[in-house]
Design a protein around this ligand. Structure first.
Ligand code: SF4
Length: 300
């Protein structure tokens, strides 16, 4: 979808989207990330945050109405388009749904900071206007980890903000990052992250495994703990086990099938919990390690 649209939709690269938005038409409502401080993230290091002029965006939507009239899904990029004012988002949603007559869903990345500024009534209005899902980075539920990676939000703030969309009828797709706390904080990170997931009970939860790309300053420099190191594949999987084991909230579709992970898992919690744990135990108990994705096949 994206390549065909390039002629008349201007993309300021690099362009990122959640894996599940592979079939969506992407519009950049904003450029970059409004906070851009997370030590593990290189996505928008080369971009200064800005809001796309509405006239430009609307011209692209109007063009898509002619050239991609059948589009059913739209993702609003970049890193946290939910930072836009509710009034502006409502204008964008109105334009999308009025021009794209087959449109069924519009999704967006949103941060705790974005959600703190939106009331449940505002989110409900956005849902009624067609915002169907928010992708939300929990990353960790441990305050030391969050502070060290410069997430700029506490676990309490992440849980409170993350609970709002679903109260307004908007699905939440939450991600957490295995390995963020290194070996020293592995258990604490996994248990505290499960506690935040339990509070939010997102419709979807996925685990990524930390992969560090070159950045400046480096992750290690920002993290500031000499004992920190990346987890081994076995340690990362063991951390994933603690995470899943401690999730008790129900009706969560859990995935760890992102290419960064050493073992692809998918199931509905709580129904499939035992099977997921058994799959992890089988991989951990396999001395050949052949069930784990080799490092050269991992990717972001
Ligand atoms: S809020 Fe998201 S996009 Fe922005 S720096 Fe953090 S991880 Fe990257």
């Amino acid at each position: 979808m994206r390549k065909g649209a390039q002629a008349m939709i201007h993309y300021e690269e690099p362009l990122y989207r959640p894996p599940s938005e592979a079939r969506s038409l992407i519009f950049q409502a904003t450029i970059g990330c409004s906070t851009n401080t997370c030590a593990f993230c290189v996505a928008y290091q080369g971009k200064s945050f800005k809001v796309r002029p509405e006239a430009e965006l609307f011209a692209e939507i109007d063009w898509a109405a002619t050239h991609h009239a059948g589009v059913r899904r739209v993702f609003l990029a970049d890193g946290d388009a939910l930072v836009l004012s509710t009034r502006r988002l409502l204008r964008i949603l109105a334009r999308l749904y009025s021009r794209l007559s087959h449109l069924e869903r519009v999704t967006v990345y949103g941060s705790p900071q974005n959600l703190q500024k939106k009331s449940i009534d505002e989110l409900r209005t956005l849902r009624e206007a067609g915002l169907t899902m928010i992708y939300y980075g929990i990353e960790s539920g441990d305050d030391e980890v969050l502070q060290r990676v410069h997430k700029n939000a506490t676990a309490r703030e992440i849980a409170d903000a993350g609970a709002k969309p679903q109260q307004a009828g908007i699905d939440l797709s939450a991600t957490v990052i295995l390995g963020l706390g290194g070996p020293r904080l592995s258990d604490r990170h996994a248990q505290a992250t499960a506690a935040v997931i339990n509070e939010i009970a997102p419709r979807y939860a996925s685990a990524l495994t930390l992969m560090l790309a070159p950045r400046s300053p480096s992750f290690e420099a920002v993290y500031g703990d000499e004992t920190w190191r990346p987890l081994t594949p076995v340690e990362a999987l063991a951390e994933c086990r603690v995470l899943i084991d401690h999730i008790v909230a129900d009706a969560i579709t859990f995935r760890s099938n992102h290419a960064s992970n050493y073992l692809a898992l998918a199931g509905d919690l709580q129904r499939d919990k035992n099977r997921l744990l058994e799959e992890i135990d089988a991989a951990l108990g396999d001395p050949t390690g052949s069930r784990l994705r080799p490092d050269f096949l991992r990717g972001l």
